[in-house]
Design a protein around this ligand. Structure first.
Ligand code: FES
Length: 519
């Protein structure tokens, strides 16, 4: 079956617009005002996703006065778009990390993530949070013979590090698998009700949250001076960048040390029953599986199909690939939700958590979780809270953002930045693909307006929206993402709505609008 966007089968099988089940199923997400006046406080946290909210909660428990600022609504970034597996099993990570970082640092990485899992588990119990939290075993499996050795090596790494796990000749899935490595007693949940409860606790301890408040920079003085886009300023003693992409990415050249990827998720009811557990394929294309209750009914979340932001195929195809996989393996009854997520990768795959710049101990960073944000965000919250409180942590050196290893950092750095240069130059030379006047309803494309590259989208009512496609971060040319109706930058992953407003940074400024009457 050819399921393209304009095919009749398409709208009956895939939801027309993306929508995260986590956000959609929790209508009572509290709203907060915009910051309207100057403030003086102990700590400012930029970003109100799982990292920012958990950090704020832990710091408030230490008696600190904390304000959280978010450019949009709380939890609406990657936190609302996760598959929400809470696990220290991060693909085939441990054998690779032992070869790059050694056994001791790799063990600390595991222990930090296991501590994060236990934190969520204990918090759910202590606060009595109803968030579909269940304990599950996590599997990385393969059905490709050439990956069996890698699965065996990963299990050997578990044994070396003392990770409770097992090796199996197959995973209990309704299709053929050849080997699996299992991490016992991991978990899954719905992060939104969990975080709403932490927000309530934080506010109850005197914490403050401001939405629609974009931080554009900070003067690194004593005290720190945080500047917002619409004027108000905040003086504070500590500043935590929990905005997914660091909001001051030029300080420390983080834009050259990070790259972003997008991946896709379906939530569907299936013909075959789900066997329990959480699964990830070792080989590409990645397939991630877990169960969920969708409006009280059992369903399956299928994720995968990662690619660099702004550098993919026609983005509807990724959903179609997941749909085909689901039909062939579980038999899909209906797909109730589809959504996508953005993840950030560091040069060596270890997150950057801690002091962002040398000589500035009160500017802290948390980013680069790859796809494992549900535990690494909690690792960041615990570690950065300890740093602000002047306490020691065994994890400080492991996650230190200022580290640089010759292997694998130099090779990844060169490849990554060569790719950015290629995208920057390629985008400028590219030929126009379509005339704006030819666009059908709900269609977008790169077009030419008065001899200049521009981006046009005709909405369902027939109105044309045209933007300048030059990204406001560092000048690369954005690309149309037809499945999400967004303009995505191939260089560092900024994303804009079809009207040009910033959805995800590092960009802070909207794309310039072009008057359709000027064509
Ligand atoms: Fe850096 Fe667009 S995100 S140039």
């Amino acid at each position: 079956m050819n399921l393209t966007k304009n095919n009749e089968d398409f709208t009956s099988t895939l939801p027309q617009f993306p929508e995260s089940y986590w956000l959609h199923s929790t209508p009572s997400i509290p709203a907060f005002p915009k910051l309207t006046e100057d403030l003086s406080i102990d700590v400012v946290i930029v970003g109100a996703g799982i990292t920012g909210i958990t950090t704020a909660y832990l710091m408030a428990k230490k008696g600190l006065k904390v304000a959280v600022l978010d450019a949009g609504r709380i939890m609406e970034g990657t936190t609302g778009s996760t598959t929400a597996k809470i696990t220290a099993q991060h693909d085939l990570t441990y054998s690779e990390f032992i070869s790059h970082f050694g056994e001791e640092k790799t063990r600390l990485y595991y222990e930090a993530n296991d501590e994060a899992l236990q934190f969520v588990k204990n918090t759910v119990t202590e606060l009595g949070i109803d968030c579909q939290f269940t304990e599950e075993d996590a599997y990385v499996y393969t059905n490709d013979d050439s990956y069996i050795k890698k699965i065996q090596d990963e299990y050997k790494a578990y044994e070396k590090l003392g990770i409770p796990g097992a090796y199996a000749d197959a995973a209990p899935l309704p299709y053929e698998t050849r080997a699996a490595v299992i991490m016992k007693n991991q978990a899954q949940f719905n992060p939104v009700p969990f975080l709403i409860r932490l927000v309530q606790e934080f506010i109850g301890m005197g914490g403050q949250i401001f939405e629609q408040t974009t931080v554009v920079g900070a003067a690194l003085e004593k005290p720190l001076l945080v500047k917002t886009k619409h004027g108000p300023r905040i003086t504070c003693h500590n500043l935590v960048s929990a905005s997914h992409y660091p909001f001051m990415d030029f300080k420390g050249l983080y834009f050259s040390r990070l790259h972003t990827e997008r991946s896709y998720v379906l939530a569907a009811r299936t013909e075959k029953p789900y066997p329990g557990g959480m699964y990830l394929s070792a080989e590409d294309p990645k397939r991630s599986l877990r169960s969920v209750l969708l409006n009280g009914e059992p369903a399956v979340i299928i994720g995968g199909e990662g690619h660099k932001t702004g550098q993919g195929l026609c983005t509807f195809q990724y959903y179609e690939h997941l749909q085909k996989f689901g039909e062939e393996t579980f038999g899909l009854r209906d797909i109730l939700y589809r959504w996508s997520a953005q993840d950030i990768y560091t040069l060596d795959k270890m997150p950057y958590i801690g002091q962002q710049l040398s000589g500035v101990p009160n500017l802290l960073l948390a980013t680069g979780y790859r796809k494992w944000g549900m535990t690494n965000s909690i690792v960041a919250a615990i570690l950065n809270t300890k740093l602000v409180a002047g306490e020691k942590s065994p994890y400080e050196e492991v996650f230190n953002p200022q580290r640089f290893h010759s292997d694998p950092d130099i090779k990844t750095f060169m490849t990554q930045n060569a790719n950015v240069a290629k995208q920057l130059i390629g985008g400028k030379l590219e030929q126009t693909r379509k005339d704006a006047g030819e666009l059908a309803a709900d269609e977008g494309s790169v077009v030419q307006v008065n001899g200049k590259r521009a981006g046009a989208y005709r909405d369902s009512s027939g109105k044309l929206h045209i933007v300048d496609t030059t990204c406001t971060h560092m000048g690369c040319e954005v690309e149309w993402n037809e499945a999400e109706r967004t303009w995505d930058c191939p260089c560092h992953g900024s994303r804009y709505s079809f009207q040009g407003d910033v959805i995800e940074g590092p960009a802070k400024k909207a794309l310039a609008k072009v008057d359709p009457d000027s064509i």
